[in-house]
Design a protein. Sequence first.
Length: 466
Amino acid sequence: MQKVILGHMLSILDVFRVGIGPSSSHTVGPMRIANRVRAALEDKARHEDGGRLKIILRGSLAFTGEGHGALRAVALGVLGFKPETIDMNAAENALLELDRAQQIEMSVGGVIQFDPKSDIVLDYEQPVALHPNEIECVLYGSAETVVWRNTYYSTGGGFIASRKQLEAPTRDDIVQTGNEVPYEFSSAAELLDLCCQHDADIRDIILSNEDAKRSHDETLSRLAAIKQVMMDCIDRGLETQGILPGGLEVTRRAPGLWEKLLQQPQANEKEQLFDWLNVYAMAVNEENAAGGRVVTAPTNGAAGIIPSIIRHYCSDTPTATRDTETFLLTAGGIGLLYKQRASISGAEMGCQGEVGVACSMAAGGLAAIWGGTPQQVAQAAEIGMEHNLGLTCDPVGGLVQIPCIERNALGAVKAVNAARLALRSDGPMKVTLDQVIESMRQTGLDMSSKYKETSLGGLAVNVVEC
């Protein structure tokens, strides 16, 4: 493939990242923000004598922060834990010690006063303008004077930004960062043009860009590691029984369905296809709801769709490794388009920005491993989103359980059908992937905030929590 002028783009490994449940925007993002705050406090601790930290959550983070684990995530982040590497046993012990001591020890010496019960505040009143997931962090010195203050935003999928970044003149200033890449694109049309110019699949374009950021072997190794975390998550979900935390008394259903499938392995596969996809997707999202280790794909709330497709179509075959790589590279490239041109935040777009995007990514990835042309891959991704437009995010009790777990199962089934429809189409269809992404963005902007991860409308107010 001939090289072209270098440009800057995110990596698909920014889309597929390891984190903990139940929410990428409300758990993983706030933990990363709190990590950044801790780093700032380390610098302040060199020059200031103590101080008290206060962290204020606004918008969607306030309304669903309890159910989505945001308060706990903030405390863990301030303590120095990171979502990719967190040791849950050590984290629980550290939280207990923080509750007792009500202070954070700085690695450079000294302490910062911080009582998570009173110093993490849910602000339901102050409106948010730049993004609905706002976190304001304030360090007070003696006599309650403000020593340091900054505001951050959790922008979906574990991505974070400061106020300064979100106030940049264009959205591209936020999302198009990172190393130079040989094949820069900002739309599906540009991506398809690159495929045509270089007689390449989407996989080839994305892999060349990834290889510009690190060695080829490391790229493939990290993709394999992402798959392994996904498969481990499915396995845990299939084996772990019980009631999910949070008070809704939701029973884990994946283990029971799994046992039934194992008891009738010779049953008609056509009849069972939905069951296999359902059980894999639900296993992941039940693990996510329990705060387990998952891969944002592209968010935690939609984490079950892509692993479900990989498990059913990219495992236990002679070409499993190649198929998985093709799937993740293609799906990741589609995910970058949504991140660049719209949003993958449920608080901005509703669930069309989470399950809808995951369905679109999975449909494109599956079409690719089934031998689809780049045009057919893009068409599969378009179909996957077109029939999720307007999907609301109204979790009952502010928990990532109802309707989120079943919604992932349905999203996986939709993705397969979207890929099949695209591969059986004759020529380009009327609606392009770029058009459906723009439609999603506009729909999300028009959608009432009641239906965008606030639990103030829809199922969240019409289903009794007890």
